[in-house]
Design a protein around this ligand. Structure first.
Ligand code: FES
Ligand code: MG
Length: 575
């Protein structure tokens, strides 16, 4: 293995690339071509540029059910443009099926993608993915390999109908489960709904993490214009895959690499889009990791500046009434980009070979204002996400202010601490729990270095006795993540996390914590001498792993502010 792109050593094309040379390179070529011909390929096809197709179909990944059709379409596009398509498998990450979390395996998939793209003879690669973690993993791998690459996503699910209601995963999943827990609907009804929440191929139908990452891939310039929001089952989805195969041939010819596309300016454009679409908090972690592969730092202070300037324009669930299929019909991410145009860097390159400015000049201007608002009449004048800093989170934390109760933003409270997910589950509904609505709920040991691998557990439930008394929101603080579908005054991604010995680990029941969204601060109001005493007695709660990937992860995983990548995989591992 080498750190250099696979054609760095020679200018060979297609199957002539990266031949191992044990003294007789011609024999290596002869051997490779005879094996290639055993696949029934004509010798004229074997002389063409090779376009790899990273395929992620898996029966453990519902969101990727449409991948085989997309791969076929990509192949058509490659063949029509005069290339040889070669599909190859990589691992696939289906969000609901991975333990402890799909996030832990994102970096493994990124390594798989990087090494297979670099190690096999291909002039460009088409990355076919979709679920929350697969798109960031593929982009991370492709950037590190720096072989010409283009992203194709599986596309969002279409909504279903149930008793006159329009349903889509998975904001509606939570809503009905809440009703079931409250006794408003019975077991038979909830079982019936289970079969109607997710009814087509594709990714979750709302602006959750998968939709957010598809939007950011387009904003970064790594995906064909107008393709992020195309529904999974729409014919346009298949056509766009064919067009992506053709585009990959152009990328191969021009040798246009991810390093020329994913630049500091492109990352800033993506951050703007993240804010304007009211995207998932998880996307901050993924974009940070993607940028990190290109040697670019996503600075949370810069996020705060952009957040203050960038309006929320898109009205999708979980905060609005619409679904991704509506965003597609309303003009897609192109409509958002056109609206943000004065704020964007227009000279950035994209996978079409055009700059973003050239793309926007060439696009028709249709937009449905019900779904994508005008800049002058935004849903909210400022972006939904802010970063907080302070003695509780020296390296930052994230709050989705768009989904929180402003009445709780300038606030001091008493900490009610849960030391782990197990502790939370055991005590949150205990009628004797010493808690009031003014307290701050604190969850420790749910960060990247914890045994749970940073699950979407940051949406701590309101303690049972308070929920029954009608309390809807409380300040909740953790080193965990949160699903894009949740609501509340929830401070996430506290860094450093508790398991790495961050100040979050030192919070005890009864401590005072001060939150000021206005000052972007979160402070633990405990004397340093007392914290030093606690630190000396602090047990090691980090994940333990003797072997395998779990050990590599434990030894190398970075904190949330560095995208939870593995340290040695960054562009400059010593930085
Ligand atoms: Fe894959 Fe929701 S489970 S996008
Ligand atoms: Mg999700």
């Amino acid at each position: 293995m080498t750190d250099a792109p696979n054609d760095a050593a020679d200018d060979a094309i297609g199957l002539n690339r990266g031949l191992t040379n044990y003294g007789d390179k011609d024999f290596a070529r002869y051997l490779r071509l005879s094996m290639a011909r055993s696949m029934g390929l004509s010798s004229s096809l074997l002389k063409k540029p090779v376009i790899g197709i990273a395929a992620t179909y898996s029966e453990f990944n519902n969101c990727h059910r449409g991948v085989p059709d997309l791969v076929e379409a990509v192949k058509r596009g490659v063949l029509a443009a005069g290339g040889l398509p070669r599909e190859f498998p990589t691992i696939s990450l289906g969000e609901p099926f991975l333990n402890p979390t799909a996030l832990v395996f994102r970096n493994l998939m990124a390594m798989d993608t990087e090494e297979m793209v670099r190690g096999q003879p291909m002039d460009a690669v088409v990355l076919v993915g979709g679920c929350d973690k697969t798109v960031p993993a593929q982009l991370m791998g492709a950037i590190s390999a720096d072989v010409p690459a283009i992203q194709v996503v599986t596309g969002p699910m279409s909504t279903g109908r149930w008793r006159g209601e329009r349903l889509g995963a998975c904001t509606d999943c939570r809503r009905f489960w809440g009703k079931f827990r409250a006794g408003e609907i019975d077991q038979d009804t909830v079982d019936e709904i289970e079969g109607n929440l997710a009814t087509t191929a594709g990714t979750c139908a709302v602006m959750g993490t998968a939709s957010t990452m598809a939007s950011l891939a387009e904003a970064l310039g790594m995906m064909l214009p107008g393709t992020a929001a195309i529904p999974a089952v729409h014919a346009d989805r298949i056509r766009s895959a064919e067009a992506s195969g053709t585009a990959a041939m152009m990328l191969a010819t021009q040798k246009l690499r991810p390093s020329q596309i994913v630049t500091e300016k492109a990352v800033e454009n993506a951050l703007r889009v993240l804010l304007a679409i009211g995207g998932s908090t998880n996307a901050i972690i993924h974009l940070t990791a993607i940028a990190g592969r290109a040697g670019i730092k996503v600075d949370l202070n810069r996020l705060n500046v952009l957040s203050d300037e960038t309006p929320v324009l898109v009205d999708l669930k979980p905060t609005g009434p619409f679904y991704m299929e509506d965003l597609y019909a309303a003009g897609g991410i192109g409509a958002v980009l056109r609206e943000l145009r004065p704020m964007l860097h227009l000279d950035v390159m994209t996978v079409t070979g055009q700059t973003l400015g050239e793309r926007l000049d060439a696009e028709p201007g249709y937009v449905d204002r019900a779904v994508v608002r005008a800049r002058e009449e935004p849903l909210q004048p400022q972006g939904g996400l802010v970063a907080l800093f302070g003695s509780l989170a020296p390296r930052g934390a994230i709050l989705k202010r768009a989904a929180a109760d402003p009445a709780l933003f300038e606030n001091e409270g008493r900490a009610v601490v849960f030391t782990s997910l197990e502790d939370l589950a055991a005590r949150i509904d205990d009628p004797d729990l010493d808690v009031t609505a003014e307290d701050f709920l604190v969850l420790q040991n749910a960060g990247p270095l914890s045994p749970s691998g940073m699950p979407e557990a940051g949406y701590l439930p309101i303690p049972g006795k308070l929920a029954r008394a009608g309390v809807k929101d409380m300040v909740r603080i953790s080193d965990a993540r949160m699903s894009g579908t949740a609501y509340g005054t929830i401070v996430l991604h506290v860094a450093p996390d508790a398991a790495s010995g961050g100040p979050l680990a030192l919070v005890r029941n009864g401590d005072r914590i001060r939150l000021s969204v206005q000052n972007r601060s979160i402070e633990l109001l405990v004397e340093e001498a007392e914290l030093a005493r606690r630190r000396a007695d602090q047990p090691d709660t980090s994940a333990k792993a003797k072997r395998g990937y779990a050990r590599l992860y434990r030894e190398q995983v970075l904190q949330a502010d560095e995208g939870c990548d593995l340290a040695f995989l960054r562009a400059d591992p010593d930085a």
